[in-house]
Ligand binder design. Structure first.
Ligand SMILES: NC(=O)c1ccc[n+]([C@@H]2O[C@H](COP(=O)([O-])OP(=O)(O)OC[C@H]3O[C@@H](n4cnc5c(N)ncnc54)[C@H](OP(=O)(O)O)[C@@H]3O)[C@@H](O)[C@H]2O)c1
Length: 326
């Protein structure tokens, strides 16, 4: 038993986890309580160096490697609630299972998981990453039937600045792995974190719920127009070649077979979409209505009770990053 309500944030050095940790720390400073106890947020990372950086920033940090369940036992000691974000590989299946098992052992009361938007079965979209998330969540739901909260996110706006461990914008050009006319359902990482924080701070309202997080639909061409307008400088995009994306990932870490497996799929899909797009341009045709049918979900505004961060607000909030690299 501890005097505080401890919330462990995995992926605390990543896009969503870092923002979530900061938001929970602010809530703690403002005196937030759960179950009558003041909250205590703890960030987890695999790396001693990143742990030291978190601590230097005033955060509480622990070492946790999801590939080593023994490290979870130490990190989860006395923890009441968790936020689980995994990386982009099939390992997320066993990582999530073993992590959930240890969470049960230590008596975790609320399990928040960051997943992806799941297309309906009829869409016949066979995306490995989505399948891994679905399988991981089936186990989490079985293990925490009344105390899970699932966050199914669309495309992070943050990917426009950095993705696959790399800056994606240089000289005002976003190198993008999809095509100019295909709509995307966007969400800002900070808003995903805000939904996670709201759920973690009010578990009774959010246990057993799945939220679909996508707040604005736009193609990358439309997005660039909005970004340009917001930062006062032209932001363009170039279609990234799938093979180039794969080679870039391989150069970064040729031994990271899990990530390479995922990027291989993305690369193939990027090349297929590019061919389709070039065909559409040559033949003067457009996307089918099925392919272009995407709608934002109201969940984020409903959970947060405020307007969400759209593309314009994202660009304004990250103006320096857009301009620095322009
Ligand atoms: N990007 C998108 O558009 C999008 C859309 C929907 C869903 N998602 C999902 O979001 C998740 C990624 O979230 P993110 O973008 O916030 O993260 P991110 O910025 O890609 O960073 C990955 C985080 O995961 C941690 N991590 C990686 N392997 C780990 C391991 N073995 N043990 C413990 N921690 C590990 C890293 O921590 P350390 O390096 O510090 O250990 C890092 O903090 C993925 O599951 C992805 O499928 C992404």
């Amino acid at each position: 038993m501890t005097d505080s309500y401890r919330i462990l944030v995995t992926g605390a050095t990543g896009v969503v986890g870092a923002s979530l940790l900061a938001q929970l720390e602010n809530a703690a400073k403002s005196g937030a309580k759960v179950d009558g106890k003041p909250i205590e947020a703890i960030g987890a990372t695999r790396s001693e160096k990143k742990k030291a950086a978190l601590a230097a920033n005033g955060s509480k940090a622990v070492i946790l490697d999801l590939d080593n369940p023994d490290s979870s036992s130490g990190a989860l000691h006395g923890v009441d609630a968790v936020f689980l974000a995994t990386s982009y590989t099939a390992s997320m299946c066993e990582q999530s299972k073993f992590f959930a098992d240890v969470c049960v052992d230590v008596g975790v009361k609320h399990f928040v998981h960051l997943g992806v938007l799941i297309p309906p079965r009829e869409a016949k979209l066979y995306v490995p990453l989505i399948a891994w998330h679905e399988l991981a969540e089936l186990y989490i739901k079985t293990t925490f039937p009344d105390s899970y909260t699932f966050l199914h996110a669309g495309e992070f706006l943050d990917n426009c600045l950095s993705y696959n461990g790399r800056s994606r914008i240089r000289d005002g050009t976003i190198s993008w792995y999809s095509v100019p006319d295909r709509p995307t359902l966007w969400i800002a990482g900070a808003d995903i974190a805000a939904v996670a924080a709201t759920a973690l701070l009010n578990p009774a309202h959010h246990r057993g719920k799945t939220y679909r997080l996508g707040t604005q639909v736009a193609t990358i061409s439309e997005a660039c127009k909005i970004f340009s307008d917001a930062v006062g400088k032209e932001i363009r995009h170039e279609m990234m070649d799938g093979t180039q994306l794969y080679e870039e990932t391989e150069r970064e870490d040729p031994k990271d077979v899990g990530r390479l497996g995922y990027i291989k799929f993305i690369a193939r899909e990027a090349n297929r979409r590019r061919k389709d797009y070039e065909h559409r341009v040559r033949s003067g045709t457009t996307l089918s209505s099925d392919e272009s049918r995407l709608k934002p979900f109201p969940d984020v505004e409903q959970v947060l009770g405020r307007k969400t961060m759209g593309l314009r607000e994202f660009a304004e909030a990250n103006k320096d990053a857009f301009l620095e690299r322009s």
